[in-house]
Design a protein around this ligand. Sequence first.
Ligand SMILES: C[S@@+](CC[C@H](N)C(=O)[O-])C[C@H]1O[C@@H](n2cnc3c(N)ncnc32)[C@H](O)[C@@H]1O
Length: 312
Amino acid sequence: MTPSEATFLAPPGEVADWRLVLLCDAVGGAGVFDALPGDADSLAGALGLDPHALRVELDALVALGVVDAGAGGGYERNATTPDAALLAVVRHHARSLKRWAGAVDRRVRDEPVERGDIGDPEAFHDALALSARRMAPAVVDACLARFPGARTVLDLGGLHGEYSLEFARRGLEATMQDMPAMIEVARRKGRLEPAGVTLYEGSFFESVPGGPFDLAFCTGITHTFDGERNLTLFRNLRPVVAAGGGVAVTTFLRGESPTSALFAVQMLVNGNGGDTHTEAEYRQWLGEAGFTVDEAVHPLQGPGARSVLFAT
Ligand SMILES: C[S@@+](CC[C@H](N)C(=O)[O-])C[C@H]1O[C@@H](n2cnc3c(N)ncnc32)[C@H](O)[C@@H]1O
């Protein structure tokens, strides 16, 4: 960090500029992006907002390049104004930012923090769907290269179902398990069941569908739990994995990348016992649950890259 980057007056930079994230969360979340074009007074009147505050925040978004100043003092969308899918991601980022701001200092001082929860199920669903849609083809390719004969898959904590949909596109019978509130959102969105994905609601620490499944697919879930719960999950999966089938665990492994180290902070501030666990820990838990872990770990490419561990 240079001295010129060290204050909040730094010039507009990347999309992850914290000012842009918070302003998009506030203004986009109040429905303003959808209502553009317009001037601050008429937009505020239509949406029940404070006209002065909206003008200040929209001017800042113009400075950051997210909306344009239009004719006659109004504002209009431009090519970088987030659409609904991107806004969901940015708003999730804003929630993380607020969480970090309130908790990193408390955690390092060993002061209590409120446990983070998923918040609004639909917002969480939308926030994670975009990156999953991008990652799904490569992750599914890796799984099917490892288990080419797989016909059935259980997608644990599948949420938006993007991975289940990708498996279904490849001709597998996919079952997605999640907590009731998440399954309700998936049902309401109406994309999964018409594509042939079976929905199963309930905690996988209590029970999992009987299967047997050629693949138990654990993506984006194990780093949200501590070791004890991961061991319980893997033990619950052992009886429902078919002979010749296996488990795929896609996660951030500690020490694997800068992203991994940063993601660990998100788990730290959530205070739920999640972490970027080590490869050795996964080997231990899967081994204790009766699985044999492949020697090689499959690295996924790209920013925010994760690794896939396979076990049989
Ligand atoms: C971080 S999201 C991951 C979503 C998706 N697999 C992905 O990688 O994008 C974790 C998901 O696990 C679900 N989950 C958490 N605890 C669970 C439990 N005990 N049983 C079933 N699902 C659970 C959450 O509801 C959420 O949908």
